[in-house]
Design a protein around this ligand. Sequence first.
Ligand code: F6P
Length: 544
Amino acid sequence: MESSVHLTQTAEWEALAAHHHELADTHLRDLFASDPDRGERLVVEAGDLYLDYSKHRLTSETIERLTDLGARVDLLGRAAAMMGGDRINTTEDRAVLHTALRAPRDAVVTLDGENVVPAVHEVLDRMRAFAEAVRSGKWTGYTGRPVRTVVNIGIGGSDLGPAMATRALRSYCHPALDVRFVSNIDGADLAHALADLDPAETLFIVASKTFTTLETLTNAASARDWLVAALGDEAAVAYHFAAVSTATEKVEAFGIDPANMFEFWEWVGGRYSLPSAIGLPLMIAIGPERFDEFLAGYRVIDEHFASAPLTENLPALMGLIGVWYVNLFDAPTHAILPYNEELVRFPAFLQQLDMESNGKRVTREGEAVDYHTGPVVWGEPGTNGQHAFFQLLHQGTRIVPCDFIGTCRPTHELDVHHDLLTANLFAQGEALAFGKPAPAVSAEGVPDELVPHRAFPGNVPSSTLLVPQLTPHVLGQLIAAYEHKVFTQGVVWDINSFDQWGVELGKALANRISPELQRAAEPELAHDSSTNALIRRYRRLRSR
Ligand code: F6P
């Protein structure tokens, strides 16, 4: 869409809004009754992903209207521009090439006249050698002992991706290597992570795109102090620290041997960086071959997204259906509900991916938008969530579109558990969609006064993403699907999904407040009265 065209003034948007007006009050019960095959028809497959979107408050006409909108904003053209190296992150003047991180060795992706793929594979090759050395025990620490624990120190995109994926793939992890993640500047995080470790057998990976992030540098400095104090020699750092960054000089200044530094590039956004060297702890945990399968999974969906027509394009449909709820139904949030305990960190990972990308209020041209953009993304694995917040999904006043994610085969031997888990997944999608109307509740003999309390309105929309099994290959596919979903929505909303200026103000204020907490009293605090009072109270209580 040319920037001068205003989204909500396009004919496609108006058609969508008119269609919503007609459909808004229709119940999923009626949609299924009048179209009994929709459960088989309103589905799309890509690679190993099967997306059932029939339990959404839409018809084939809705999909037509949404894909018309996708065509109007030239979604696939914009995807090609991203994957082709255009500087689509205009506020930082950067290309957005995370798809090149999983391109095959012989692919050509040109940026400023240079093919970036050879450099990607050169780093992957170095990562493989390093990971193999650590996994086999060939890499030894300062005292000659092999590594038993890897501690990744990073935050945001330098933590959530590898932490989520290492957890998700734990049944593929090296049995004798413990891979841990420290992110928070709260010393409790590092202190507890190190409490039971032997420095002589510990390897730290300091992961930071910029190598300026306060949390990561503070944790890394404390980890270095811990190591040097125990091993008695600064020279030990070279044996026990590796770094992943775009900032070579800063890594060297920190004292990490450049031979142990794994590079990535400014054209990789932090929240999109898991398939770069940021994935090193994951590669150490699952091994280079599994990591290759993981990257190949991403690639399956990249290729699908780039080429499938919008009506059959799984990530595009996920994104467009999300727009339907955010903008037409005014749904403020979106729930991610993996029915797989291994995906316990997936909602948090997607929270950053989505909210840092699409939590924007101006268009690419800097004009204030007059429509909502990214929803609040949240979630927890089922069945735990059922016993916590599902009450609101079933009987609350807000519409919460849900993504159920299920696996057909478990990665453990307890098949009975898996069937029960999956029965719950399917049951929740059914219950949310169809509910239980008052007459059905009365017919069960429920006293009249309790009927309103025990009736379920239904009509709560959900997607079900069903995959064969949670393998590295499938996980790569799932992540890529959500990356492109987020991209789709950013294109529709005409925002820059690849900057994150909104995190800067808080960082600047923390830098100002930090020395003020150390000082016993003056100079005079010059914040608002609330912040001033909080600082004074903290100073008073901290010194006791
Ligand atoms: O503050 C937000 C952010 O910049 C994220 O976008 C990023 O993933 C995270 O901080 C960590 O940044 P870095 O990898 O540069 O330490």
